[in-house]
Design a protein around this ligand. Structure first.
Ligand code: ATP
Length: 231
Protein backbone atom coordinates (compact mmCIF):
# COMPACT_ATOMS: atom_id res chain seq x y z
CA UNK A 1 0.00 0.00 0.00
CA UNK A 2 1.29 3.43 -1.01
CA UNK A 3 -0.14 6.33 0.97
CA UNK A 4 -0.07 10.07 1.23
CA UNK A 5 -1.41 11.26 4.54
CA UNK A 6 -2.72 14.79 4.97
CA UNK A 7 -0.06 16.25 2.67
CA UNK A 8 0.56 19.97 2.39
CA UNK A 9 3.11 21.08 -0.21
CA UNK A 10 4.00 23.91 -2.53
CA UNK A 11 6.71 26.14 -3.90
CA UNK A 12 8.45 29.16 -2.38
CA UNK A 13 5.62 30.32 -0.19
CA UNK A 14 2.79 29.31 -2.54
CA UNK A 15 0.86 26.40 -1.04
CA UNK A 16 -0.44 24.04 -3.73
CA UNK A 17 -1.63 20.91 -1.89
CA UNK A 18 -3.76 21.42 1.18
CA UNK A 19 -4.39 18.37 3.29
CA UNK A 20 -4.46 15.69 0.59
CA UNK A 21 -4.70 12.04 1.62
CA UNK A 22 -4.52 9.31 -1.00
CA UNK A 23 -4.13 5.53 -0.95
CA UNK A 24 -2.96 3.21 -3.67
CA UNK A 25 -3.71 -0.31 -2.41
CA UNK A 26 -1.44 -3.10 -3.64
CA UNK A 27 -2.39 -4.21 -7.14
CA UNK A 28 -4.85 -1.37 -7.77
CA UNK A 29 -5.10 1.37 -10.38
CA UNK A 30 -5.85 4.83 -9.05
CA UNK A 31 -6.70 7.71 -11.37
CA UNK A 32 -5.87 11.22 -10.21
CA UNK A 33 -7.92 13.75 -12.16
CA UNK A 34 -8.44 17.47 -11.99
CA UNK A 35 -8.24 20.66 -14.01
CA UNK A 36 -5.04 22.39 -15.05
CA UNK A 37 -3.15 23.73 -12.09
CA UNK A 38 -5.05 21.59 -9.56
CA UNK A 39 -1.79 20.19 -8.19
CA UNK A 40 -1.63 16.74 -9.81
CA UNK A 41 2.01 16.97 -10.89
CA UNK A 42 2.90 18.48 -7.51
CA UNK A 43 1.29 15.49 -5.81
CA UNK A 44 3.32 13.06 -7.93
CA UNK A 45 6.48 14.99 -7.10
CA UNK A 46 5.74 14.60 -3.39
CA UNK A 47 4.93 10.92 -3.94
CA UNK A 48 8.28 10.30 -5.67
CA UNK A 49 10.38 12.23 -3.15
CA UNK A 50 11.22 15.09 -5.54
CA UNK A 51 9.35 17.62 -3.42
CA UNK A 52 9.28 17.43 0.34
CA UNK A 53 5.86 18.18 1.85
CA UNK A 54 5.60 20.97 4.42
CA UNK A 55 3.25 18.73 6.44
CA UNK A 56 1.86 15.23 6.21
CA UNK A 57 3.49 11.89 5.44
CA UNK A 58 4.46 9.60 2.55
CA UNK A 59 4.14 5.92 3.50
CA UNK A 60 5.10 2.72 1.69
CA UNK A 61 3.65 -0.37 3.33
CA UNK A 62 3.38 1.63 6.54
CA UNK A 63 7.02 2.79 6.49
CA UNK A 64 7.63 6.52 6.58
CA UNK A 65 9.40 7.91 3.47
CA UNK A 66 8.43 11.55 3.98
CA UNK A 67 11.98 12.83 4.20
CA UNK A 68 13.48 10.18 1.92
CA UNK A 69 15.30 11.16 -1.26
CA UNK A 70 13.95 9.83 -4.60
CA UNK A 71 16.41 6.93 -4.85
CA UNK A 72 15.17 5.50 -1.57
CA UNK A 73 11.62 5.50 -2.87
CA UNK A 74 12.84 3.79 -6.05
CA UNK A 75 14.56 1.18 -3.88
CA UNK A 76 11.23 0.70 -2.08
CA UNK A 77 9.61 -0.04 -5.45
CA UNK A 78 8.11 3.37 -6.26
CA UNK A 79 8.90 4.51 -9.82
CA UNK A 80 7.98 7.87 -11.32
CA UNK A 81 7.42 8.36 -15.04
CA UNK A 82 7.43 12.15 -15.21
CA UNK A 83 5.61 14.40 -17.62
CA UNK A 84 7.99 15.04 -20.50
CA UNK A 85 9.13 11.43 -20.31
CA UNK A 86 12.41 11.45 -18.45
CA UNK A 87 14.68 9.62 -20.88
CA UNK A 88 18.35 10.50 -21.47
CA UNK A 89 18.17 12.01 -24.98
CA UNK A 90 21.84 11.54 -25.85
CA UNK A 91 21.97 7.88 -24.79
CA UNK A 92 20.89 5.01 -27.02
CA UNK A 93 17.69 3.09 -26.35
CA UNK A 94 19.73 0.17 -25.05
CA UNK A 95 21.78 2.35 -22.68
CA UNK A 96 18.65 4.12 -21.42
CA UNK A 97 17.27 0.75 -20.36
CA UNK A 98 20.47 -0.74 -19.10
CA UNK A 99 21.32 2.13 -16.75
CA UNK A 100 18.04 1.43 -14.94
CA UNK A 101 18.84 -2.24 -14.42
CA UNK A 102 20.47 -3.66 -11.32
CA UNK A 103 24.13 -4.49 -12.01
CA UNK A 104 24.38 -7.91 -13.62
CA UNK A 105 20.80 -7.91 -14.89
CA UNK A 106 21.26 -5.57 -17.89
CA UNK A 107 20.63 -8.19 -20.59
CA UNK A 108 17.55 -9.49 -18.82
CA UNK A 109 16.25 -5.92 -18.44
CA UNK A 110 16.70 -5.26 -22.13
CA UNK A 111 14.84 -8.47 -23.05
CA UNK A 112 12.03 -7.51 -20.71
CA UNK A 113 11.77 -4.03 -22.23
CA UNK A 114 11.71 -5.38 -25.78
CA UNK A 115 9.10 -7.98 -24.88
CA UNK A 116 6.92 -5.14 -23.58
CA UNK A 117 7.58 -2.85 -26.55
CA UNK A 118 9.00 -4.74 -29.57
CA UNK A 119 9.46 -1.44 -31.38
CA UNK A 120 12.23 -0.52 -28.96
CA UNK A 121 14.14 -3.63 -30.00
CA UNK A 122 14.22 -2.42 -33.59
CA UNK A 123 15.76 0.86 -32.43
CA UNK A 124 18.19 -0.21 -29.73
CA UNK A 125 21.15 1.79 -31.11
CA UNK A 126 19.14 4.93 -31.88
CA UNK A 127 19.66 7.97 -29.66
CA UNK A 128 16.61 8.33 -27.43
CA UNK A 129 16.26 12.02 -28.30
CA UNK A 130 15.62 11.15 -31.95
CA UNK A 131 12.77 8.71 -31.22
CA UNK A 132 9.19 9.73 -31.97
CA UNK A 133 7.16 11.05 -29.05
CA UNK A 134 5.34 7.73 -28.72
CA UNK A 135 8.57 5.73 -28.81
CA UNK A 136 10.09 8.00 -26.16
CA UNK A 137 7.07 7.41 -23.96
CA UNK A 138 7.41 3.65 -24.47
CA UNK A 139 11.07 3.92 -23.51
CA UNK A 140 10.18 5.89 -20.38
CA UNK A 141 7.67 3.20 -19.41
CA UNK A 142 10.15 0.45 -20.22
CA UNK A 143 12.74 2.12 -17.97
CA UNK A 144 10.26 1.92 -15.08
CA UNK A 145 9.13 -1.60 -16.01
CA UNK A 146 12.61 -3.15 -15.94
CA UNK A 147 12.94 -2.13 -12.29
CA UNK A 148 10.01 -4.45 -11.46
CA UNK A 149 8.31 -1.68 -9.49
CA UNK A 150 5.56 -2.19 -6.94
CA UNK A 151 4.00 1.21 -7.70
CA UNK A 152 4.33 3.33 -10.85
CA UNK A 153 3.46 7.03 -10.77
CA UNK A 154 2.49 8.14 -14.28
CA UNK A 155 2.17 11.78 -15.26
CA UNK A 156 0.10 12.25 -18.43
CA UNK A 157 1.62 9.38 -20.38
CA UNK A 158 -0.73 10.01 -23.30
CA UNK A 159 0.19 13.68 -23.64
CA UNK A 160 0.52 14.72 -27.31
CA UNK A 161 0.37 11.18 -28.68
CA UNK A 162 -1.70 9.74 -31.52
CA UNK A 163 -4.74 7.69 -30.43
CA UNK A 164 -3.22 4.45 -31.72
CA UNK A 165 -0.09 4.95 -29.64
CA UNK A 166 -2.21 5.85 -26.63
CA UNK A 167 -4.10 2.55 -27.13
CA UNK A 168 -0.80 0.68 -27.15
CA UNK A 169 0.36 2.41 -23.99
CA UNK A 170 -2.90 1.75 -22.16
CA UNK A 171 -2.79 -1.90 -23.23
CA UNK A 172 0.67 -2.09 -21.67
CA UNK A 173 -0.56 -0.40 -18.48
CA UNK A 174 -3.42 -2.92 -18.28
CA UNK A 175 -0.89 -5.78 -18.52
CA UNK A 176 1.28 -4.15 -15.88
CA UNK A 177 -1.72 -3.83 -13.55
CA UNK A 178 -2.73 -7.44 -14.27
CA UNK A 179 0.75 -8.52 -13.16
CA UNK A 180 0.04 -6.87 -9.80
CA UNK A 181 1.82 -3.53 -10.18
CA UNK A 182 -0.08 -0.63 -8.64
CA UNK A 183 -0.56 2.45 -10.79
CA UNK A 184 -1.22 6.06 -9.86
CA UNK A 185 -2.32 7.61 -13.10
CA UNK A 186 -2.54 11.33 -13.80
CA UNK A 187 -4.33 11.55 -17.11
CA UNK A 188 -5.90 14.18 -19.31
CA UNK A 189 -8.14 11.64 -21.05
CA UNK A 190 -10.74 11.28 -18.35
CA UNK A 191 -12.71 8.44 -19.98
CA UNK A 192 -9.59 6.35 -20.50
CA UNK A 193 -8.43 6.92 -16.96
CA UNK A 194 -11.85 6.03 -15.56
CA UNK A 195 -11.98 2.94 -17.76
CA UNK A 196 -8.75 1.60 -16.25
CA UNK A 197 -9.15 2.73 -12.65
CA UNK A 198 -10.31 0.94 -9.52
CA UNK A 199 -10.44 4.24 -7.60
CA UNK A 200 -10.66 7.88 -8.59
CA UNK A 201 -9.39 10.97 -6.82
CA UNK A 202 -10.51 14.31 -8.10
CA UNK A 203 -8.28 17.22 -7.13
CA UNK A 204 -9.35 20.82 -7.42
CA UNK A 205 -7.24 23.78 -6.29
CA UNK A 206 -5.08 21.54 -4.16
CA UNK A 207 -7.94 19.85 -2.30
CA UNK A 208 -9.79 16.62 -2.92
CA UNK A 209 -13.23 17.17 -4.43
CA UNK A 210 -14.10 13.47 -4.81
CA UNK A 211 -12.75 10.09 -3.75
CA UNK A 212 -14.47 6.88 -4.81
CA UNK A 213 -14.98 4.31 -7.50
CA UNK A 214 -15.38 5.40 -11.12
CA UNK A 215 -19.05 4.32 -11.20
CA UNK A 216 -19.79 6.64 -8.28
CA UNK A 217 -18.45 9.66 -10.09
CA UNK A 218 -21.22 11.81 -11.40
CA UNK A 219 -20.40 12.94 -14.94
CA UNK A 220 -22.03 16.34 -14.42
CA UNK A 221 -20.11 16.98 -11.22
CA UNK A 222 -16.95 15.93 -12.98
CA UNK A 223 -17.58 18.27 -15.90
CA UNK A 224 -18.20 21.12 -13.45
CA UNK A 225 -14.69 20.67 -12.06
CA UNK A 226 -13.13 20.99 -15.47
CA UNK A 227 -13.13 24.10 -17.53
CA UNK A 228 -12.13 23.45 -21.09
CA UNK A 229 -10.96 19.90 -20.42
CA UNK A 230 -11.69 17.52 -23.26
CA UNK A 231 -11.77 13.82 -23.73
N1 ATP B 1 8.30 24.89 -9.69
C1 ATP B 1 7.23 25.62 -9.40
N2 ATP B 1 7.36 26.83 -8.79
C2 ATP B 1 6.27 27.57 -8.47
N3 ATP B 1 4.99 27.20 -8.73
C3 ATP B 1 4.81 26.03 -9.34
C4 ATP B 1 5.91 25.17 -9.72
N4 ATP B 1 5.39 24.06 -10.30
C5 ATP B 1 4.05 24.22 -10.30
N5 ATP B 1 3.70 25.39 -9.72
C6 ATP B 1 2.32 25.88 -9.53
O1 ATP B 1 1.63 24.96 -8.72
C7 ATP B 1 0.26 24.83 -9.13
C8 ATP B 1 -0.06 23.36 -9.40
O2 ATP B 1 0.73 22.92 -10.51
P1 ATP B 1 0.75 21.41 -10.98
O3 ATP B 1 1.70 21.30 -12.08
O4 ATP B 1 0.92 20.53 -9.79
O5 ATP B 1 -0.75 21.23 -11.50
P2 ATP B 1 -1.39 20.11 -12.43
O6 ATP B 1 -2.70 19.73 -11.79
O7 ATP B 1 -0.42 19.02 -12.68
O8 ATP B 1 -1.67 20.92 -13.75
P3 ATP B 1 -1.66 20.50 -15.31
O9 ATP B 1 -2.84 19.62 -15.48
O10 ATP B 1 -1.83 21.82 -15.97
O11 ATP B 1 -0.34 19.83 -15.57
C9 ATP B 1 0.12 25.71 -10.36
O12 ATP B 1 -0.49 26.91 -9.96
C10 ATP B 1 1.55 25.94 -10.81
O13 ATP B 1 1.69 27.17 -11.46
Amino acid sequence: MFELENVHAGYAGATVLRGVSLRVPAGSVVALLGPNGAGKTTLLRVASGLLRPTAGRVLVDGRDFTAAPPHRLVAAGVCHVPEGRGVFPSLSVRDNIEVQARPGTEAEAFDRAVAAFPRLGERMHQQAGTLSGGEQQMLALARAYVQRPAVVLLDEVSMGLAPKVVDEIFAFLARLAAEGTSLLLVEQYVARALGSADYVYLLNRGELAFVGEPTELDATALAAQYVGASD
